[in-house]
Design a protein around this ligand. Structure first.
Ligand code: CP
Length: 350
């Protein structure tokens, strides 16, 4: 591994499973880039931590305790692709733990406009901060940043808030945290239906990877034929003997679902307006579907939505997407606490 890590192209071409040790330090997650970095023990620990953070922050005394934990640290939020909830939940997660934050949200306002390379830009952040959280449109760029930062004289951990159309690992964390807390008995043994643009939806890709940590899970992938789940995910699921079925008929599978995970069409990844040719009307959850699904079936969405879920559905107790987005702040705070090794202080507090 040591030779491969010297050269980015060589490192980049290796299997994710072989790369993971490079993003781990002292047996602990150092950078968060891939959903494959999480095992069941770590997921359960992060969810316990998120619950404890949520409870602790209820009182001023508890909130002040949390604020003191990382008041000596600073974080950079480099989000040069649009974001509302990932940006805000990370920013507020940092503030909950006392980290000060700086931000760049547009390369037109950074020295990249003067010709500085993105690589030099991120290297500059490491001069000032202790953590880089970033969203970038270029696939693999967040990983490359982590690779650069791990080799720097002053290494700084990197968390991905979404990288190209490949992965969105912390969205998958909050999704599984939501599934785990909202479904009776947790995720094991459940049937999860993912709907929409599965080809380019990085949230469903990361969520599929996390399913390897749960027992007897069954997946349905419901999408237009042009936007089916990519082969790499299907191969991964087969390798981990996770049963899945692909269909374009939501009606045929919704009765069986314990969770329905809706997604919007990801037309920001269009090259020549190809999404305009897709009939997305069959991939919507409408108010009339509430009478069809199980009484215990939850409806999720990473948000933002367009027409995939009718607004009337929001009133139903099974619609958990607003809770899901709020969960993002707690689970991201738990992740940051884990990266900075303060989780025992939080979990041990009476
Ligand atoms: N789910 C999600 O990533 O939302 P934002 O694009 O608003 O961050």
């Amino acid at each position: 591994m040591t030779d491969v890590t010297r050269n980015w192209e060589e490192f980049n071409s290796t299997e994710v499973s072989a790369k993971i040790p490079f993003f781990t330090k002292d047996g602990r997650l150092y950078d968060c880039l891939f959903a494959q970095q999480f095992d069941r023990a770590l997921l359960d620990r992060l969810f316990t931590l998120a619950n404890k953070l949520r409870a602790t922050a209820q009182t001023k005394e508890g909130a002040d305790f949390l604020l003191s934990l990382l008041s000596h640290k600073r974080a950079m939020l480099y989000f040069v692709q649009p974001s509302t909830r990932t940006f805000l939940s990370f920013q507020n997660a940092c503030h909950l733990l006392g980290l000060k934050t700086s931000e760049i949200r547009d390369t037109n306002t950074s020295s990249e406009i003067k010709g500085e390379s993105p690589e030099d830009s991120v290297r500059t952040f490491s001069s000032y901060v202790d953590l880089i959280i970033m969203r970038h449109p270029v696939p693999g760029f967040v990983e490359k940043t982590a690779w650069v930062m791990n080799r720097a004289k002053r290494p700084v951990p990197v968390i991905s808030g979404g990288s190209g159309k490949d992965q969105h690992p912390t969205q998958a964390l909050l999704d599984v945290y939501t599934l785990d807390s909202q479904l009776e008995g947790g995720v094991d043994g459940k049937t999860i239906v993912m709907v929409g643009d599965l080809k380019r939806g990085r949230t469903v890709r990361s969520l599929s990877y996390l399913m390897k940590n749960y027992k007897r899970v069954k997946l349905y992938f419901v999408s237009p034929p042009q936007l089916r789940m990519e082969k790499d995910i299907l191969t991964f699921l087969s390798k981990h003997t996770i049963p899945y079925r692909e269909t374009d008929d939501l009606g045929s599978v919704m009765r069986e679902a314990d969770a329905i995970y809706m997604t919007r069409i990801q037309d920001e990844h269009d090259v020549a307006g190809e999404s305009r040719k897709v009939d997305y009307s069959k991939f919507q959850f409408r108010a009339e579907h509430l009478a069809v699904i199980k009484k215990t079936c939850i409806i999720m969405h990473p948000l933002p939505r367009r027409e995939e879920i009718e607004v009337e559905v929001d009133e139903d107790d099974r619609a958990v997407y607003w809770r899901q987005e709020r969960n993002g702040m707690w689970v991201r705070a738990a992740l940051i606490a884990h990266l900075f090794s303060v989780e025992d202080e939080i979990l041990g507090r009476k």
